[in-house]
Design a protein around this ligand. Structure first.
Ligand SMILES: Cc1cc2nc3c(=O)[nH]c(=O)nc-3n(C[C@H](O)[C@H](O)[C@H](O)COP(=O)(O)OP(=O)(O)OC[C@H]3O[C@@H](n4cnc5c(N)ncnc54)[C@H](O)[C@@H]3O)c2cc1C
Length: 642
């Protein structure tokens, strides 16, 4: 806990969360503008000129207004009072539930086989399209700053499939050109490197120390580097016992075989059965304070701490300790080979797909000018457009009109602005979350519903905080901070990428966007149970609590660099994802990973009559390429029933 009072933390300060709408100040007591209502979770028509969700601050991600109706469906009380849906009278070739990258890619693939005139309706419960690939925009003075509210970059542990790569290329993204847009020397020219923040509750003192071995998998790509003299500083200053400091050095520097006598295959099998924590404790034999130091380091990537990450997955990611084991692991080699980060993350991919589907909605013609282009939301759902995106619309029921085997049409009921509608189509793709589908399609076989329910998504919090300037980071020589016991465990300045007319912050006096991430979980139980608990935590934590925690954490971490939270925080957007990454199977908890047998996602994604299932859960992989792969498969399955 900090000794600072709420006013000292700036809890009473005017920031864009409360006082600005699309960069325009609103005076206290002024009549509510439509956009302000919208920011509070009320629904304003997406045709309103004020409708511009990327610029909304406060609680975003699964924002108020986006999930309540779906939860009523889950709780079983929706249909009691829902009444009869009002028929919109529209008829489509395809209705897609979910406007994330999978849903948008499904529309793109459907057009390929059914032609550009095919009538497609995309429904999404959020006020913006893109699903997890969300854009955060900020106005500070006369400049626009961008942040990623979810999906960070094109990267994947597996090579992109020909299909996924084909979409990226068709959108005009030249992945190999990324180095052209990245200012590799910027952090170095400011002397910024990786740090660890030790807090006094856990380590006895608040202090920022050089991180001698930044773990891979963070969000500063290969710019997440140690200072040249980091080891000397760490050994002298880290507030952990001396044997623990020596063990950190031994772990990170020695190349030792901790499973002598086993061949590579036997080692991999053994490492898949123990956690990274057990590997460190039992095989490397580290001091308990090393565990305390690293127990949360894996959370943003895996959604759980190192007690629930299989040691083999840690080895595959390039975590320290495996260099002398003789097992095959290329670390994040593949991710580094095929990597592209837009300042708004893969929201640029979503926006490029939308521009391809509805050209009038976003101006421009290249994969770089998309970054600064302003979307016109009024164009998304126009009657004469073959593709329409209807936001703030939660699908509540998807059923065949008649017997699923012989039916010629699917009926979709959706809830929007307090009203229930229904609309028909020849086909339907469910590009939403697997666990929602059993509620949407009660007619599915029970075994498939069970398989769908297996996919418990990983909860994540991505908070973007705009600071008046980056001078505290320069004084402290930091660009990336790991906080083992922090509310947000990782704090990063976004990669310095300038592209398509967008200039990343350069000088010490420029405002910057900080990215803070947290994966709520509870150590000691199975990963999926941890995710369930973390999800409830995210849904029940208020913006004010998160804001308080952000201010306090930054005050304590950056205070010695002259940072004042009351003065220096300009805006906060908290992207809350209680249903975040797709669940990836874990060899510690999912017996079929090691013992063999069908994976739940295979039976979960089976086509049901004219309804096919896309989305990244369908492949149990939390990556953009998987969302595209699954869209391709789903559309392929529908081709036979035209
Ligand atoms: C915080 C975060 C960071 C990530 N970072 C990366 C990264 O750096 N690189 C990478 O490759 N991948 C990353 N991923 C994973 C990647 O974002 C996903 O794999 C991919 O975007 C998923 O796309 P999707 O369309 O399947 O699902 P989503 O993006 O979740 O889209 C599905 C949409 O369907 C909507 N929906 C659900 N139910 C209904 C309903 N009943 N009616 C209407 N709409 C509904 C959802 O609200 C959502 O908008 C990240 C994920 C998260 C959460």
């Amino acid at each position: 806990m900090s000794d600072l009072t709420d006013p000292q933390l700036g809890m009473n300060r005017r920031i864009t969360r409360r006082d600005f709408l699309n960069g325009v100040a609103i005076t206290a007591g002024a009549a509510l503008l439509p956009g302000q209502l919208f920011a509070q979770g009320e629904q304003v028509s997406q045709t309103s000129p004020d409708y511009y969700p990327p610029a909304l601050t406060g609680l975003r991600g699964s924002h108020p207004g986006s999930f309540e109706t779906a939860h009523r469906l889950r709780d079983g009380d929706f249909w009691e009072t829902a009444g009869t849906p009002q028929d919109t009278g529209e008829a489509f070739d395809l209705i897609i539930v979910g406007g994330g990258i999978s849903g948008l890619a499904a529309a793109h693939f459907y057009q390929k086989f059914a032609g550009a005139k095919a009538r497609i309706l995309i429904l999404d419960n959020h006020d913006d399209f893109g699903g997890h690939a969300k854009r955060n925009e900020f106005r500070v003075g006369d400049r626009t700053l961008l942040g990623y509210g979810g999906t960070y970059s094109i990267e994947s542990p597996e090579p992109y499939s020909a299909v996924a790569r084909g979409v990226i290329e068709e959108l005009g993204i030249d992945v190999s050109s990324f180095p052209k847009y990245l200012d590799r020397d910027l952090y170095g020219s400011h002397g910024r490197t990786s740090k660890i923040f030790f807090d006094k509750e856990t380590f006895g003192v608040d202090t920022l120390v050089d991180d001698p071995y930044p773990f891979p998998g963070g969000e500063t790509y290969d710019l997440n580097v140690a200072a040249p003299d980091a080891w000397a500083h760490f050994m002298a200053e880290a507030p952990i016992a001396e044997p623990a400091r020596k063990d950190v050095a031994r772990l990170c520097r020695d190349k030792k075989d901790y499973l002598p006598g086993l061949n590579a295959q036997q080692k991999s099998a053994r490492l898949a059965r123990i956690s990274y924590e057990r590997f460190l404790t039992e095989l490397v034999g580290v001091h308990p304070e090393v565990i305390r130091l690293y127990e949360t380091v894996s959370q943003p990537l895996f959604g759980v701490g190192i007690e629930a990450v299989p040691a083999m997955d840690a080895a595959d990611t390039g975590y320290p300790g495996f260099g002398g084991m003789g097992i095959e692991s290329d670390g994040l080699e593949n991710e580094r080979k095929y990597f592209f980060h837009f300042p708004d993350g893969n929201a640029s991919i979503a926006r490029l797909l939308v521009r391809k589907l509805i050209p009038s909605a976003i101006p421009g013609s290249s994969a770089t000018d998309i970054v600064s282009a302003r979307a016109n939301y009024a164009k998304l759902d126009e009657q004469n457009s073959p593709v329409r995106i209807r936001l703030n619309s939660t699908a509540m029921r998807v059923k065949h009109i008649g017997d699923p085997v012989r039916a010629k049409e699917v009926d979709v009921a959706y809830f929007r602005s307090g009203k229930l509608f229904n609309v028909k189509a020849k086909h339907c793709v469910l590009a939403c979350w697997n666990m929602m589908i059993p509620y949407l399609c009660p007619d599915l076989p029970d075994s498939q519903k069970q398989a769908l329910a297996y996919a418990i998504k990983v909860p994540l919090l991505y908070s973007n905080v705009v600071l008046r300037n980056g001078s505290a980071f320069d004084k402290l020589k930091a660009n990336s901070i790991y906080a083992p016991a922090g509310y947000h465990t990782h704090v990063d300045i976004d990669l310095p990428v300038s592209i398509g007319g967008y200039q990343c912050p350069q000088g010490q006096e420029d405002p910057i966007v900080l990215h803070m991430s947290k994966a709520p979980c509870q150590a000691g139980i199975a990963a999926r149970d941890q995710h369930r608990i973390g999800r409830v935590e995210l849904f029940t934590t208020t913006f004010e609590t998160i804001e308080h925690n952000i201010r306090e954490q930054l005050a304590r971490t950056l205070g010695p660099g002259g940072f004042d939270p009351a003065r220096d925080i300009v805006a906060i957007t908290v992207n809350r994802w209680p249903h975040g990454y797709a669940y990836e199977y874990n060899s510690l908890f999912d017996s079929f990973v090691l013992e063999g047998g069908a994976m739940p996602c295979e039976s979960a994604r089976k086509r049901f009559g004219r309804i096919a299932i896309a989305n990244s859960d369908a492949g149990a992989r939390a990556y953009t390429d998987e969302a595209i792969n699954q869209a391709w498969r789903a559309i392929g399955e529908l081709k036979g029933s035209s």
